[in-house]
Design a protein around this ligand. Structure first.
Ligand code: CAA
Length: 265
């Protein structure tokens, strides 16, 4: 597939190999700080659609450049749009597709992650950041509010009061603050951001893939259900894993004091 707004690298897992098994998607509109336009979003979803079907891709890294992960939705593309035009564009249905991607996505954030850029990182499953990363929801300063999940996901991630401050003032936070607030799991020097993301991706890719998928699904369930039905959901996924070969292999390998050999089924 030829893309013009993203760069895709696939490090597929060879049979019997334990390395690799992940893909890197780099947002690539450097002239506009990786602003997310309709074309970029379309390509991103197409790339993910393809990766979802590829068994030897088990984890995806989403990244930008050192200057910007993404500076938000493309303001120039929507500046003159009417409500009806925005409704007809239905740009957020593509964001919903990313939310439903079954494999883990790691956001490796360097530079600005603003507006839709911050929301894109929030849609991912794990966020790591470089020391120069800055997160923010500056939409209020251009007369709108976050539209790609910011008011919901940011609030769930950092709580009501910090989310209010960020969304109502548009103030940016540093990578270190984002880590203190639980948004980011790790802050690393710029030069090793991608290396760290790759190590994380390799670790996830080396785990039994059905368990990884059901683990992600169960954690996401926690965001839209009661504790009672969330626990029930988790339990069913847990029981379901007992029908996989990898569960038998994993537990036998533990008992036999050897390394498990995963089959991904
Ligand atoms: N949309 C379109 N173009 C953008 C952009 C965006 N979100 N962000 C940056 N650009 C463009 C600039 O217009 C500029 O282009 P020109 O060279 O043609 O003028 C180029 O990228 C470089 O940007 P700056 O000159 O502004 O660079 P800077 O270093 O001075 O500032 C910045 C960087 C702080 C990121 C600043 O560009 C900025 O504030 N960007 C907008 C951030 C923003 O408001 N994001 C929210 C968008 S709305 C949204 O995302 C809604 C939603 O919830 C989905």
């Amino acid at each position: 597939m030829n893309y013009s707004n993203i760069l895709v690298t696939k490090l597929k897992m060879a049979p019997e190999a334990t390395e690799n098994g992940y893909a890197i998607i780099q947002l690539n509109r450097p002239e506009v700080m990786n602003a997310i336009n309709i074309a970029l979003m379309k390509e991103l979803v197409e790339a993910l659609d393809e990766m979802e079907k590829e068994n030897d891709i088990r984890c995806v890294i989403l990244t930008g450049s050192e200057k910007a992960f993404a500076a938000g939705a493309d303001i120039k593309e929507m500046a003159d749009a009417s409500t009806v035009e925005m409704l007809q564009r239905d740009m957020f249905s593509r964001w919903d597709r990313i939310r439903k991607f079954k494999k883990p996505i790691i956001a490796a954030v360097g530079g600005y992650a603003l507006g839709g850029g911050c929301e894109l990182a929030l849609t991912c499953d794990i966020i790591i950041a470089s020391e120069s990363a800055k997160f923010g929801q500056p939409e209020i300063s251009i007369g709108v509010i976050p539209g790609a999940g910011g008011t919901q996901r940011l609030t769930r991630a950092v709580g009501k009061y910090k989310a209010m401050e960020m969304v109502l003032t548009g103030t940016m936070i540093t990578a270190e603050e984002a880590k203190q607030w639980g948004l980011v799991v790790k802050v690393v020097p710029n030069e090793i951001l991608l290396e760290e993301a790759k190590n994380l991706a390799k670790t996830i890719a080396s785990k039994p893939s059905v368990a990884v998928q059901l683990g992600k699904e169960a954690i996401l369930k926690a965001f839209d259900t009661t504790i009672e039905s969330g626990l029930e959901f988790e339990r069913k996924n847990f029981y379901m894993l007992f029908s996989t070969e990898d569960q038998k292999e994993g537990m036998r390998a533990f008992v036999e004091k050897r390394k498990p050999k995963w089959k991904g089924k």
